[in-house]
Design a protein around this ligand. Structure first.
Ligand SMILES: Nc1ncnc2c1ncn2[C@@H]1O[C@H](COP(=O)(O)OP(=O)(O)O)[C@@H](O)[C@H]1O
Ligand SMILES: [Mg+2]
Length: 270
């Protein structure tokens, strides 16, 4: 097998990217029996913290920046359980831009380094998820070059499509500039404000812009439990937990359908 690599994208902070990347990895590995690698590329390490808290990991011996320096990520991979591995981040990863400019002269080499480091790992997994910081930066460039698909977060309560639109135009730039080979797996509406309603006009505009089929039918609802898991770790104790897990299982199932549709629809010869 060769893993399908998916980056969760939107150039804004606090829109639910990390939660989606972690929960999609979690449900695929725990509930759907897939081999998954989650890569934390954010020096703030929110995904690493959430996974550690959820699975009793108390020590992170080494993190992604050491793997980048060494030119080999295999020693950095941590086993979370039988099906889920994590490449953890730490604040040291803030030095990525400096490191890349020191190591590589060519732009293309700078943005392609993660892709190169992932190549030997891809055989071990069904899916690889990448969580990135919310900036147009060496982090997002490397993620885009390494990914087969992007799952774009749409802020479904906002009156503008700004976050998602900026992402798409930047994606086009990366395709033109560096021949990035990446497809949109779908646009996932996320509701981050409590009690807020979906702005249907925004979702309709997203459908016009991205195509009807590309916008998810499932929404990530605002659930207090999803927020609480930041403190408690991911749990399975009551019906609130069950609801939160079910939500992401539905989202992941729809994502897999969309990806399958793309792959099935492609001509055999490329
Ligand atoms: N569906 C949700 N319902 C409630 N709170 C959420 C939901 N998704 C994310 N959050 C919370 O919102 C905050 C930002 O989410 P996060 O995933 O870290 O966003 P990003 O990675 O885009 O910055 C976090 O405190 C997180 O727990
Ligand atoms: Mg984040």
């Amino acid at each position: 097998m060769s893993a399908k690599t998916i980056v969760v994208g939107n150039f804004k902070g606090g829109v639910g990217k990390t939660k989606v990347a972690v929960m999609a990895s979690w449900e695929l590995s725990h509930e759907m029996n897939k081999k998954v690698l989650l890569i934390d590329m954010d020096p703030q390490a929110n995904a690493t913290t959430l996974i550690a808290r959820s699975s009793g990991i108390t020590e992170i011996p080494s993190s992604i920046f050491e793997g980048f320096e060494k030119g080999d990520l295999s020693d950095i991979v941590m086993s979370v359980n039988d099906n889920l591995d994590l490449i953890p981040a730490a604040v040291s990863f803030k030095n990525l831009p400096k490191f890349l400019y020191g190591r590589f002269k060519e732009d293309l080499d700078q943005v392609s380094y993660l892709n190169k480091l992932l190549e030997p790992l891809k055989d071990k997994y069904d899916y690889i998820f990448i969580d990135v910081p919310p900036t147009i930066s060496d982090y997002s460039d490397n993620a885009m070059m390494a990914a087969d698909y992007v799952l774009i977060i749409l802020q479904a309560q906002e009156l503008s499509l700004e976050g998602a639109e900026t992402y798409i135009s930047y994606l086009q730039f990366m395709i033109d500039e560096y021949d990035a080979y990446i497809q949109v797996a779908g646009v996932l509406p996320v509701l981050l404000r409590p009690g807020g309603r979906v702005d249907h006009a925004t979702v309709e505009r997203a459908k016009e812009l991205f195509g009807d089929d590309n916008v998810f039918e499932n929404y990530v609802k605002h659930l207090e439990r999803l927020k609480a898991w930041d403190i408690t770790g991911i749990t399975y104790k009551d019906h609130h937990d069950k609801k939160a897990h079910q939500l992401f299982q539905d989202v992941v199932a729809e994502m897999l359908e969309k990806i399958e549709h793309f792959e099935g629809g492609e001509p055999a010869s490329d």
